[in-house]
Ligand binder design. Structure first.
Ligand SMILES: Cc1ncc(COP(=O)(O)O)c(C=O)c1O
Length: 378
């Protein structure tokens, strides 16, 4: 049982073939359709598709003017790319702790305590597709006149009790990496409430050119101006064609993820000492990108993973805490003990297989392997 597996069918294959027949492979009409349909699914005006989720975050920080001397408050318990993009903008990532074993998103109380006059933005990451406390984080951002960026890599156009994830803050960033719920190999998308910010992101995505390559290809003006310093973060038409097919199938695949998570919760809930974050939240309010569990401190994670692996079940760790990576220790003086809750939960966290194609029998196989492993090592 792999940890993840994308669901790819004839719709994706036909869409790719159609693009190949069209004669235009870089950003073009299929990308535009993907942007429009994703925006409609997320109930926002528009979106800017990009080459990956890291590019989405980079463009968000650049468009907000994050630069040298600025600080951005963000969770350490996340994939490292937001922290890396803040650093590459010349700013300082300020890591905040997470709420607790039941909620692995950044803790608004700790975020508020880390805001300084240098803070330019706060980042919320919807861990595993579960909403961070957006109302509290939005209040903090508003009070301090800083931007709220949602790293919604785990939650594509997902409804939650706080609204559609990625669309509540000033900017939302999505990833469509090969393992994500909406997978296009490599891909991402940015949404921003402010139209001027969105235009700036669109311009920066393609070298800050005043006329796009597609417009020139179609016989538009061949002379262009450049008003700032841009990048090439354009997605390909091939990726967006896959993305459109994945977007159309997303609601049904999300429902299946909810069924799988309900089954896991029911069948694993009685293991003494095993914590299942978010287990008390309604199953339909999340994207369920991951199924995380927390082992008790007495259980060796490597040993438990070894037993699962011997039973043919892959497991993963999401994530090692960013603040303890060598680069962040050396550059920013981060150290152990700085984020006690993050350090506790990241030492005990394990992700079990979760993808829309899992059958009930697959779930039962993982549960049985986990229960056996539990008997041996707990
Ligand atoms: C939480 C989070 N943020 C950002 C990213 C970066 O996205 P990408 O891999 O598309 O660059 C990822 C995933 O890879 C992620 O899981």
């Amino acid at each position: 049982m792999p940890l993840y597996q994308p669901t790819l069918g004839t719709a994706e294959m036909d869409a790719v073939t159609e693009v190949m027949r069209s004669g235009w492979l870089s950003t073009g009409p299929t990308t535009r359709r993907f942007e429009e349909e994703f925006a409609a699914a997320a109930h926002v005006e528009d979106g800017v598709a990009v080459s990956n989720g890291t590019a989405a975050l980079h463009l968000a920080f650049l468009a907000l003017g994050v630069g040298p001397g600025d600080e951005v408050v963000l969770p350490s318990l996340s994939f490292v790319s937001a922290a890396a993009m803040v650093t590459l903008c010349g700013a300082t990532p300020v890591f905040a702790d997470v709420t607790g074993p039941h909620d692995l998103a950044v803790d608004p109380v700790d975020v508020a305590a880390r805001i300084t006059p240098r803070t330019r933005a706060v980042v919320a990451m919807h861990y595993g597709g579960h909403a961070a406390d957006l109302p509290a984080l939005a209040r903090i951002a508003e009070r301090h006149h800083v931007a709220l960026v949602e790293d919604s890599a785990h939650a594509p156009a997902t409804g939650s009790e706080h609204g559609v994830l990625g669309t509540v803050g000033d900017i939302g960033c999505y990833s469509f990496f090969a393992t994500k719920n909406l997978a296009m190999g490599e891909g991402g998308l940015v949404v921003a409430r402010d139209a001027a910010l969105r235009d700036r992101i669109r311009r920066l995505r393609s070298h800050a050119l005043s006329v796009s390559a597609q417009e020139r290809h179609r016989g538009g003006p061949s002379v262009y101006d450049v008003d700032s310093f841009g990048l090439n973060y354009r997605p390909s038409e091939l990726a967006c064609a896959i993305g459109l097919a994945q977007l159309h199938a997303l609601p049904a695949r999300q429902r299946r993820r909810e069924e799988i998570v309900s089954r896991y919760r029911e069948l694993l809930g009685d293991l003494p000492g095993l914590q299942i974050p978010y287990a008390t939240r309604p199953v339909e309010h999340a994207a369920h990108h991951l199924f995380p569990v927390l082992l008790p401190p007495t259980v060796s994670r490597p040993l438990f993973q070894e037993r699962l692996s011997a039973a043919g079940v892959q497991s993963g760790v999401h994530y090692p805490p960013s603040h303890l990576f060598t680069a962040y220790r050396e550059r920013f003086g981060c150290r152990e003990g700085q984020l006690p809750v993050t350090e506790d939960v990241t030492a005990r966290q394990l992700s079990l297989p979760l993808y829309a194609d899992m059958t009930d029998a697959d779930v039962d196989l993982v549960v049985s392997a986990a229960r056996h492993a539990w008997q041996e090592v707990a």
